[in-house]
Design a binder for this molecule. Structure first.
Ligand SMILES: [Ca+2]
Length: 374
């Protein structure tokens, strides 16, 4: 505990957010805010998902296969037992964690991960009951088929809506044509009941050969998801190829275009398709060049009143935290925060007191609290 106190003291930084260089009409500096960055815990190995528990602790996943409870006051971590084995290879491993909307009553914790198998790995989602730092009665409720030995583009963000439906963002696993094929779970948004059953009003139930869990298609590698409170709609972000990272508003049955449309190009250059096309749902925002967007947050806390209603997106390749200012469903301003830190940001979430938390992606990574400078 003493060591953690020292770490905490040494890690408190005062950071004035720098004016950001404009690289497009949508980028401008709007905030002269100063924030305090505090390392809550460190030494995490490629952390991926973050979920706050009702008691103020948080659950954090690490890609090699761990789920831990973090005491947010002391930084002390306790490894949760009873988690499934994962195929920790490439971009795969233990990925997201989410709590059931009625976690306080049922203790249910959901995990997405790459499940090992004879034919490679597949993105699986399962749930267990958290009891005394152990996940009990773990059961798989979804598998994104078919399995593949390509260890990338898992997607895997988990989010519940206010009716208790579970949405799973599923990447195309590096085989782009999968995204347009309704016989594949890859490159899709999936919508299920909390036990994995398919809702009776999913859009492709009557389509011959289509997987009934599919809610939308034509996605590449969606790794961030929020429910936009003013509209109740699901918003996701997804990695484009070279350029063409997107924010999309997810509508049932809609086609989001990959690989028929993209604002990006082949790695190293080369035409893939037009940015928009009849019958394709266009992104409401896109980044070219790519920032490699991962976790996403709709901020509605009290700690940063002028950021209420903004969307935050963690950027991996272009290491920063993107703050998007909205006018309705239009992004009108963007600010790049924490560029000086150079962090690949995997996840971003809002804590109970309205502070913002980010998970950094590296083999020796911190969980960082962003709070107002005092
Ligand atoms: Ca698209």
């Amino acid at each position: 505990m003493r060591a953690f106190s020292a770490v905490l003291t040494g890690a408190v930084l005062m950071v004035g957010l720098p004016a950001c260089a404009g690289d497009g009409a949508s980028t401008q500096t709007t905030t002269a805010e100063s924030v305090q960055l505090t390392t809550v815990t460190e030494g995490l190995e490629h952390p991926w998902g973050l979920a706050f528990l009702p008691d103020g602790d948080a659950l954090v996943t690490e890609r090699p296969g761990r789920l831990s409870r973090v005491n947010m006051a002391t930084g002390q971590r306790t490894v949760i037992q009873g988690v499934p084995a994962v195929a920790a290879r490439g971009q795969g491993g233990m990925l997201d964690v989410a709590l059931h909307p009625r976690f306080a009553d049922n203790g249910r914790v959901y995990l997405s991960y790459s499940e090992p198998g004879n034919d490679g790995s597949l993105t699986a989602v399962g749930r267990g009951v958290l009891r005394d730092d152990r996940l009990e009665s773990f059961e798989v409720i979804f598998r994104a088929t078919p399995p593949t030995d390509r260890a990338k583009h898992f997607g895997s963000r988990l989010i519940f809506d206010d009716q208790g439906y579970l949405f799973i963002t599923s990447g195309e696993r590096g085989a782009r044509d999968n995204a347009q094929r309704l016989e594949s779970h890859h490159g899709k948004i999936i919508r299920l009941h909390d036990d994995g059953r398919v809702p009776e009003d999913n859009p492709f139930l009557s389509r011959q050969g289509a997987h009934p869990g599919i809610y939308s298609y034509g996605h590449r590698n969606p790794q961030g998801a929020i429910f936009h409170p003013p509209t109740g709609q699901l918003w996701v972000n997804e990695h484009g190829p070279q350029g063409g990272d997107e924010v999309n508003i997810v509508k049932p049955g809609a086609n989001y275009g990959w690989p028929l449309t993209t604002y990006g190009e082949e790695y190293g250059g080369g035409y893939i398709g037009p940015g928009t096309m009849e019958g394709i749902e266009p992104p409401i925002h896109h980044w070219t060049p790519s920032i490699a967007p991962s976790g996403m947050l709709y901020y509605d806390g009290d700690a940063f009143p002028q950021w209420r209603g903004n969307i935050f997106v963690g950027a991996l390749a272009h290491a920063h935290l993107s703050r998007l200012v909205l006018d309705g469903e239009t992004v009108v301003e963007e600010e790049k925060l924490l560029e000086e830190q150079g962090w690949r940001i995997r996840a971003v979430d809002q804590g109970p007191e309205g502070h913002i938390y980010v998970l950094v992606d590296s083999d020796d990574a911190p969980l960082v609290r962003i709070s107002p400078a005092r």
